[in-house]
Design a binder for this molecule. Structure first.
Ligand SMILES: [Mg+2]
Length: 290
C-alpha cells in the first residue's frame, strides 16, 4: 500500500496544476499527503486491528480534517448518521489497496473490498471500482501477467481498457468518479515500465492526479515489487508518525516484499517492531468464505 500513498503524495501537486507531460519534477513545493493517503491508512488500520470501516473513516477524517476530502464524504463524516450515500466517486477505489494485499483468498478479498467501499460508496459503480482495483493488485501480487490482468478486468468489470494513454490524454479532464478514473489508472499501470514510470504516466493524463496515481501506484507496487528508495524516503518525510506507524505495521505483517522492506528503513523507525505473524494474508473478519 505504500505504492498507493506515494502516488497520492506525488500526485497531490498536480491535482491543482495538471500536466499532460511525463517529464515533470516529481516532488514539487507543497507536495503533501491527501485524503487518499489518510483513508488508505484507515483501511490498513481496519485490516490490522479488525476495526469498523465507517467509524474508522470518520475518526481519521476528524484527525486529518484538511486532507482534501470530497464534499459528500466530508458531510458524511460530520453527520450523526453513518448511512452510506450511494456514491460512485473514486474514493472507494483509492482507499482499497490494503484489502488486496492482506487477504489471500480471492473471493474473500472481493467480499472485503465491497465491505470497505459500501459504507459510503454503495452505488454499484462505487463497489465495482474498488473491486476492480483490488483485483488488479491481487492478480499482480500473485504473479499474473499484464495480459491476464487486462483480460480479466475487462471480462469481470466490463471496463474498456483498449484505448491507449496517448488516445485518452488529449481530451481527458478532471473526473472524480470510478468509471472516469479506474480504467484510466489501470491503463496507466498496463503501459508502465516500472513504478516511477507508472506514476509519471498516471499523472500525465491530467485530472484527478493524486487519486489516479494512487490507484495506479497500488497496482504497480504489487506488480514490480520495487519502489525506488529515493521515492520511499521522500514520501516518508511527508507523512506524520501516526500514519507511518500503521503503514510500517501493515507492511511488516502483510507485504512479503524484501526489496520494498529494505527501502522502508527510512527516517522513521517505529518505537517497537510489529509482532511477527506466521504469514500475511489472513481474513480479518469472518466473511463466511475462509
Ligand atoms: Mg486526494
Amino acid at each position: 500500500m505504500f505504492g498507493a500513498i506515494a502516488g497520492d503524495v506525488i500526485g497531490s501537486y498536480f491535482e491543482g496544476f495538471p500536466t499532460k507531460r511525463t517529464d515533470f519534477t516529481m516532488f514539487q513545493p507543497g507536495t503533501r499527503f491527501t485524503d487518499d493517503t489518510v483513508l488508505t491508512v484507515a483501511v490498513a488500520d481496519c485490516m490490522l486491528n479488525g476495526l469498523d470501516y465507517a467509524k474508522t473513516f470518520r475518526e481519521y477524517a476528524h484527525k486529518y480534517p484538511q486532507a482534501g476530502y470530497g464534499g459528500m464524504f466530508r458531510r458524511w463524516a460530520n453527520s450523526e448518521s453513518l448511512e452510506p450515500y450511494n456514491s460512485f466517486g473514486n474514493g472507494s477505489a483509492m482507499r482499497v489497496s490494503p484489502v488486496a494485499f492482506a487477504i489471500d483468498n480471492y473471493d474473500c478479498m472481493m467480499k472485503e473490498a465491497k465491505r470497505s467501499a459500501a459504507v459510503t460508496h454503495n452505488h454499484p459503480e462505487g463497489i465495482k471500482g474498488a473491486q476492480a482495483i483490488a483485483s488488479a493488485i491481487y492478480w499482480a501480487r500473485t504473479g499474473q501477467g499484464k495480459n491476464y490482468i487486462k483480460e480479466q478486468t475487462q471480462a469481470r468489470f466490463e471496463y474498456d481498457l483498449s484505448p491507449t494513454l496517448d488516445q485518452i490524454r488529449p481530451d481527458y479532464d478532471f473526473d472524480a468518479t470510478c468509471p472516469g478514473t479506474v480504467p484510466q489508472a489501470i491503463i496507466a499501470f498496463l503501459e508502465s515500465d516500472d513504478y516511477e514510470d507508472c506514476i509519471r504516466k498516471a499523472i500525465s493524463l491530467g485530472g484527478d492526479s493524486d487519486t489516479i496515481a494512487c490507484m495506479a501506484g497500488s497496482i504497480a507496487e504489487a506488480y514490480y515489487r520495487f519502489i525506488p528508495e529515493y521515492i520511499v524516503a521522500k514520501v516518508r518525510t511527508c507523512l506524520d508518525p501516526d500514519l507511518l506507524r500503521i503503514i510500517d505495521q501493515f507492511n511488516t505483517r502483510f507485504i512479503l516484499n524484501p526489496e520494498l522492506e529494505k527501502c522502508l528503513t527510512g527516517p522513521y523507525s517505529p518505537g517497537s517492531p510489529a509482532p511477527a505473524f506466521p504469514g500475511p494474508l489472513i481474513c480479518p473478519v469472518s466473511c463466511g468464505i475462509m
